[in-house]
Design a protein around this ligand. Structure first.
Ligand code: XMP
Length: 522
């Protein structure tokens, strides 16, 4: 069932100790043109061996190596003869295993620090005597392990980088994977190319051909059913499936009644006319969803109702189609690499941030799951989509949450509130696109506040809803800043919304950052 990428020649394995930058490490390596995967830190030697890694990177993590139940890998990993680079917690673990001494640091380091490079060695090749690095640690290696050499330190961390060329074991206390370490990429490249001798053999170009071949092999003469949302991942996955097995792919779009203005036509148009899907099913379930949401104001309850109802409606459609088309044996999903890693390795050692809904979906279904994008990161999915000629307006679409407009209407969702929000949101997005600001923001949308304010229109007093506009810049949605849109643009949008959307007399612009706010309102 696992599909192996046939040209996967070089591979760098990242062992996950629960650090927040673990994906960043794998993505950096892939950006170099080298394939990289993540396994939980306690993966067995057999699991590791199966991947035949050319190098292993031990990630950072929030624990302390001497804590009870501290995450650890099999110590024998150090004796495999495969080059190892420990980052932060990874370095401390190497220190512990090879008889260095790790101390709970009294002098914690967080943020930018100056690294004093004493010796470049192989790992720090190309670094100057003083370099800026990003630190985030409480513990440190206080005593150098036997046969290791110190390469660098900071004013509070005596062993900030070490190496043992004979055993091919290396470590850095700083985070080379983040942009705040300007030469970090150089250090990782020194490891990947200089030490592991990796080849640049991971290319997005040609990927579609190989994935299509693999889908054909796996599906054989059977058919695949897929749920699509109109977002990047499911659309690229469906396009790929369609290219591989043509009319044997059945796509289902469940309209929960919480989509944006014009979205239903857009989706139908795209799948039926542009992609020429013969089997595209638009299931209008808005009545069921809105009925169940009646009178419900609690955000989590709304989410739960939508999640459960979605699965119910989708399952019913699948069962109906399965009866008619006996060769439907697979459920296609647009799962991408971070979704899979977060579900399979639910960061045992990290704090839980979010559970992902499309992973839980097929549990009850009898179909075999096929996930052609499961090895890819979002930016790779976009590149693949471009190669498959998926239109740019789909590839560059802002993320849209599963529960749709329901989490942008604070409190109870009603038909009237939905109408107002749809109109206001449409104007906002239309003006952002016209002024070329849409692609400069990560996400932009209108939200409806469940309060009414007094205003005056003509000579009459009004008492209407308040619309809040939210536009943010972000890299990965973990943190976000409010977008600095021009005043004139905001003024134009506000005027249009108040004049064109019945039921609104006030427009606000949200200037909160995440954290402490979140991007969505509920
Ligand atoms: P927050 O509001 O947590 O959002 O800052 C971060 C990103 O996640 C999206 N989001 C969701 N996506 N189901 C989804 O599929 C949800 O329940 C959900 N809540 C938030 C949000 O749009 C943003 O991109």
């Amino acid at each position: 069932m696992d599909f192996i990428l046939v040209w996967k020649v070089t591979m760098i394995l990242v062992l996950n100790f629960g650090g927040q930058y673990v994906h960043l490490i794998a993505r950096r390596v892939r950006e170099f043109g080298v394939y990289s995967e993540i396994l939980p830190c306690d993966a067995s030697l057999r699991e590791i061996g199966k991947l035949k890694p050319d190098g292993i990177i031990l990630s950072g993590g929030p624990a302390s190596v001497y804590e009870h139940n501290a995450p650890a890998m099999d110590k024998k990993v150090l004796d495999l003869g495969i080059p190892i680079l420990g980052i932060c917690y990874g370095l401390q673990l190497i220190g512990k295993f090879v008889n260095g001494e790790v101390l709970g640091g009294k002098l914690k380091e967080f943020g930018k620090k100056e690294l004093i490079v004493k010796k470049n060695g192989r790992l720090l090749k190309g670094m100057s005597k003083k370099e800026q690095v990003w630190m985030s640690h409480g513990d440190l290696v206080a005593k150098l392990p036997k046969d290791f050499e110190i390469l660098a330190s900071t004013d509070t961390c005596p062993i900030a980088a070490f190496e043992n060329n004979e055993r091919k074991i290396y470590g850095i206390q700083f985070h080379a994977e983040v942009v705040h370490t300007p030469k970090g990429s150089q250090v990782l490249q020194n490891f990947v190319f200089g030490i592991c001798k990796a080849k640049k053999d991971w290319h997005i170009k040609n990927l579609s051909k190989k994935l299509i071949k693999e889908i054909k092999n796996e599906v054989g003469k059977n058919s695949v059913i897929m749920g699509v949302s109109g977002g990047v991942d499911s659309t690229v996955a469906a396009t790929l499936m369609h290219k591989a097995i043509g009319n044997r792919v059945y796509c289902v779009f469940v309209d929960h009644g919480l989509i944006r203005k014009g979205e239903a036509e857009e989706i139908k148009n795209f799948f039926e006319k542009k992609l020429k899907f013969r089997h595209f099913y638009f299931v209008d379930a808005s009545g069921i969803f809105l009925g169940k949401l009646g009178g419900i104001a609690d955000p989590e309850e709304k989410r739960k109702i939508i999640g459960h109802t979605f699965i119910e409606v989708f399952e019913n459609k699948v069962i109906e189609l399965e009866k008619k088309h006996k060769n439907i044996k697979f459920l296609g999903q647009g799962t991408i690499y971070p979704d899979r890693i977060e579900s399979a390795q639910p960061s045992k050692y990290a704090s839980k941030i979010k559970s992902h809904h499309n992973i839980t979906l097929p549990d009850k279904m009898k179909l075999k799951v096929i996930e052609p994008l499961k090895e890819l990161y979002k930016d790779e999915v976009r590149k693949l989509g471009k190669e498959l000629k998926v239109p740019a307006e789909i590839l560059n679409r802002h993320p849209f949450p599963g529960p749709g407009l329901s989490i942008r209407i604070l409190g109870e969702v009603t038909e009237e509130r939905l109408r107002i929000l749809r109109e206001a949101d449409y104007i906002f997005i239309e003006e952002l696109k016209k002024s070329n600001y849409y692609n400069k923001t990560w996400q932009s949308f209108a939200a409806l506040l469940p309060v009414k304010a007094v205003g005056v229109m003509g000579d009459a007093r009004t008492y209407e809803y308040v619309i809040s506009l939210r536009a943010v810049t972000s890299i990965d949605a973990m943190t976000a800043d409010w977008a600095k849109l021009p005043n004139e643009l905001l003024e134009k949008i506000s005027n249009r919304i108040i004049n064109e959307v019945g039921g609104v007399n006030r427009v606000l612009y949200d200037i909160s950052q995440k954290p402490p706010a979140t991007i969505e309102y509920e």
